[in-house]
Write a protein that binds this ligand. Structure first.
Ligand code: UD1
Ligand code: UDP
Length: 387
């Protein structure tokens, strides 16, 4: 039996790790699975643990209001090592680019525990965008002995940096596994406001809803203000447009967004939505405006045109297929890009294509196959994901 110690702490990690845990659990004669949540997010983590039926063996409960990166790092680094020493796993599994993932990788490395990185090789090659995620993922890759790259592009990045091809498996992104599992069945809104709103409005002519999310640190302050002012102008200019904005719980986001956008008739500020409602809302959206990482993967899979509030993206694949456009955060540019989609049907149709550059729903199985191969439970190297 090989012991796998899986650490995560935030909403997107829970979503992307859950399909892997589900398949790992099926291999219970080969893997002894231990799950540790740092709870870097608390309110935005717990509903996902419940939704995906994950009961952690350890909960470090580290979240503090307005936590600094230093405090967050201190809290993880002071609590994880004793657990790692006690469990002495054969491998630590982390996902993505959060500080939880990096700090769990670092703690494991210090204890000479091998690390496997899910979603390896994403790069902007700019340490300030996204911050601190670009540094986190490069550091995690440097500390890892297995790299689960979601796409060929991410594998190519790793190869260029000198990582051995032997350590890299192209798996697709497990976020697409989660998305498919929730959207393949008929969905209904649990949130009464959303249920009522769509029941009463969705048959109206020209009806358009734009879904908005933003939470990146580099967008705090002026960029976030510019976004809010742009949304106000868009809602005022186009009577057929309604804007839904589930606001991230980071107070640096809420304070700005609520100040500018509260009491706008056609802009609905919502709390973070649970995964079922959120993905259903995404599916029903006419377009998405976001700075999220995971949403850049989910929206093309559902054929939702996506405008990205960043200067650069580590997810170029959907930009290449045409469903995603990187537009920055200047007010006038956001207004111009959204207006173009509203006024020019051709531009809109070109972006409203379903594409699957990030996965086919089989990423978690490929990751588990790669782990079986690494631990000599399986002879053949698993085949790479091809879109
Ligand atoms: C974190 C990750 C980011 C990821 C994002 C996903 C780091 C440094 N950042 O950013 O990579 O894209 O999660 O959403 O790893 N808060 C709550 N309740 C919650 C969650 C957050 O109140 O459930 C508030 C707290 O005041 C907390 C603050 O938000 O201190 C910031 O949380 P933190 O995890 O440090 O940063 P995020 O911006 O959420
Ligand atoms: N999401 C959600 N509810 C929300 C907003 C987002 O369930 O109100 C999901 C979304 O479907 C995606 C993930 O959260 O899977 C993205 O998380 P986030 O944007 O916070 O993090 P990032 O991907 O940028 O790291």
């Amino acid at each position: 039996m090989k012991k796998i110690f899986c650490v995560f702490g935030t909403r997107p990690e829970a979503i992307k790790i859950s399909p892997i845990l589900k398949i790992l659990k099926k291999e219970k004669d080969k893997f002894n699975l231990k799950v540790c949540v740092t709870a870097q997010h608390r309110e935005m983590l717990d509903p996902y643990l419940k939704f995906f039926g994950i009961t952690p063996h350890y909960d470090l409960n580290i979240m503090e209001d307005r936590q600094s990166l230093e405090q967050l790092s201190h809290n993880v680094l002071s609590r994880i090592p004793s657990i790692l020493k006690k469990e002495s796993p054969d491998l630590t599994l982390v996902q993505g680019d959060t500080s939880t993932a990096f700090l769990a990788a670092l703690s494991s490395f210090y204890l000479k525990i091998p690390v496997a990185h899910v979603e390896a090789g994403l790069r902007t090659y700019n340490y300030s965008q996204p911050f601190p995620e670009e540094a986190n993922r490069r550091l995690i890759d440097a500390l890892s002995i297995l790299h689960f790259a979601p796409t060929l592009q991410s594998k190519t990045n790793l190869l260029k940096e000198g990582f051995s091809a032997k350590t890299i498996f192209v798996t697709g992104n497990s976020g697409i596994d989660a998305l498919k599992s929730v959207t393949q069945n008929p969905q209904n809104f649990q949130n009464p406001f959303l249920k009522n709103f769509f029941n009463s409005n969705s048959k109206k002519e020209n009806f358009k809803t734009i879904l908005v999310t933003a939470h990146r640190r580099e967008n705090f302050g002026k960029p976030l203000k510019e976004l809010c002012l742009a949304l106000k102008s868009i809602a005022d200019s186009f009577p057929e447009v309604f804007i839904f904005y589930p606001v991230h719980l980071n107070p640096n986001v809420g304070s700005v967004v609520k100040k500018i956008l509260k009491n706008q008739a056609k802009i609905f500020l919502l709390p973070p939505l649970e995964y079922g409602d959120f993905t259903h809302l995404l599916k029903k959206s006419w377009a998405l405006v976001t700075d999220s990482g995971g949403l850049q993967e989910e929206a093309p899979t559902l054929g939702i045109p996506t405008l990205v509030l960043r200067k650069i993206t580590e997810r170029p694949e959907a930009v290449q297929t045409g469903s995603v456009k990187v537009i920055g955060t200047e007010k006038e540019n956001i207004i111009a890009e959204v207006s173009k989609l509203i006024k020019n049907k051709n531009s809109y149709q070109k972006m409203a294509k379903v594409s699957h550059p990030y996965g086919d729903g089989g990423a978690a199985q490929r990751i588990v196959n790669a782990l079986l191969f690494y631990f000599n439970y399986r002879k053949n190297r698993p085949k790479d994901f091809e879109p």
